[in-house]
Design a protein around this ligand. Structure first.
Ligand SMILES: N[C@@H](CCC(=O)N[C@@H](CS)C(=O)NCC(=O)O)C(=O)O
Length: 223
């Protein structure tokens, strides 16, 4: 069976799936898209018009990164991304939820900055989520090697994808744009020392190194 992953070079959502598949030793082919452009294939496979989408050549497309992480766990359990202990597994899923919430807020903030008239209230609300989520994850990371348990897994993947998304935002000049609404905003590398240490510890892991985000050019009007 061939698995094709519809992905995007900057997508933190697709990156989680790519890291998990590499860690699990699952062969797959990457097909990069710009899901925001009119010619994207994403609506053909996902009614929500979003990637990542995993397409088995003998089955229905599977989409939504959180669901995909579960799907991979059920389909390829040999190398699990979750701790065996149920309490630790639930904590790992909670870390995933927090990191994903930060990324969702980053996406909203990115598009808000593209608008002709930016809502200060909306922007500050999303920035609070980013700061709150990062502070929580920094506290959880502490001096740990892995976010949860004693081996690399879902929680680490989610945090690494989130940190990559923060780097993408910084490259897209979002920090000065956000500072106009919240002067305390600064690059994550200056505010969250535990996450800095955590990221440095994992950055050369092959699955992490091979999936680093790269921004694409957006040529169509989105908002
Ligand atoms: N909750 C979704 C979010 C996926 C998502 O936002 N993907 C972006 C690319 S990074 C996308 O396809 N956006 C197009 C759109 O939202 O219309 C997931 O976890 O898969």
């Amino acid at each position: 069976m061939t698995l094709t992953l519809i992905s995007a070079t900057p997508s933190p959502f697709a990156r989680k799936v790519r890291i998990a598949m590499i860690e699990k030793g699952v062969d797959f082919v990457v097909q990069n898209e710009v899901p925001w452009h009119a010619d994207t294939l994403t609506p053909r496979y996902n009614p929500l018009e979003q990637l990542p989408i995993l397409i088995p050549d003998d089955g229905d497309p599977v989409f939504e990164s959180t669901y995909l992480m579960d799907w991979l766990e059920y389909r390829y359990p040999q190398v699990s991304m979750l701790p065996a202990d149920p309490d630790l597994a639930m904590t790992a899923r909670l870390v995933h939820v927090i990191a994903e919430g930060v990324v969702d807020a980053l996406v909203l903030l990115f598009w808000e900055m593209q608008r002709d008239v930016i809502s200060a209230e909306w922007t500050r609300r999303q920035l609070r989520k980013v700061r709150g989520g990062l502070a929580d994850l920094d506290r959880r990371a502490g001096t740990l090697e892995y976010m949860v348990g004693d081996r690399f897994g879902l929680a680490d993947i989610a945090v690494i994808a989130m940190l990559g998304a923060l780097d993408t935002m910084a490259e897209a000049q979002m920090i000065p744009a956000w500072q106009q609404f919240d002067p305390a905003i600064a690059p994550w590398t200056t505010l969250y020392p535990n996450l800095v240490r955590f990221e440095a510890h994992h950055r050369d892991r092959p699955s992490v190194h091979a999936t680093g985000p790269r921004m694409f050019d957006l040529v169509e009007k989105i908002v």
